[in-house]
Design a binder for this molecule. Structure first.
Ligand SMILES: [Zn+2]
Length: 171
């Protein structure tokens, strides 16, 4: 039930794929769904694989998004070094959440909940995709891949298929 609900709310269905232009309404719905989601729902028996270290792919996505320049980004980069993955999206997509060792890094004073994001350069066969970096109360929280096609992105698409990340709030 939860999976279906989250999947529907987070990944949405195509409405107006306006040539890859951003869709503030879809993003807003994704934001609301994420904020309403209970934190760390995967902490339950049967998930012995969490927490676990970041994979190289996850680390690359974080580095890519944190390559942008915005307030608090230095602290967030430091947090990546002491972060572990403790949640993967139950729909099977590559979205993940992390926990940061708060004794080993300092909080970031960045815009929340999504200080930086990136979008596909082109729609592509299964795209477009959006990458959202989440921060809660100063701590790195995770990365969502937002997708609109039926095909679940089990891995993050190559980062060169994304435009350079941009920081929020946008002017
Ligand atoms: Zn998912």
């Amino acid at each position: 039930m939860r999976v279906a609900w989250e999947r529907e709310r987070l990944h949405l269905t195509p409405t107006s794929l306006d040539n890859g232009e951003r869709s503030p309404r879809k993003l807003l719905r994704a934001v609301v769904a994420r904020l309403l989601r209970p934190k760390k729902v995967s902490r339950q028996p049967g998930k012995p694989d969490h927490p676990r270290p970041l994979t190289a792919e996850e680390r690359n996505v974080l580095s890519f998004l944190l390559g942008a320049d915005f307030p608090g980004v230095e602290e967030l980069r430091e947090q990546v070094n002491v972060a572990v993955v403790d949640w993967r999206c139950p729909c099977g997509c590559a979205s993940f959440e992390v926990s940061v060792d708060t004794k080993a890094a300092g909080p970031a004073d960045s815009y929340e909940p999504i200080p930086v994001e990136a979008q596909s350069r082109e729609i592509g066969p299964n795209g477009p995709f959006q990458l959202l970096l989440w921060v809660r109360e100063g701590w790195l929280d995770g990365v969502d891949i937002v997708y609109f096609a039926n095909e679940v992105p089990v891995e993050f698409p190559p980062l060169e298929t994304f435009e350079l990340p941009f920081a929020n709030p946008q002017t």
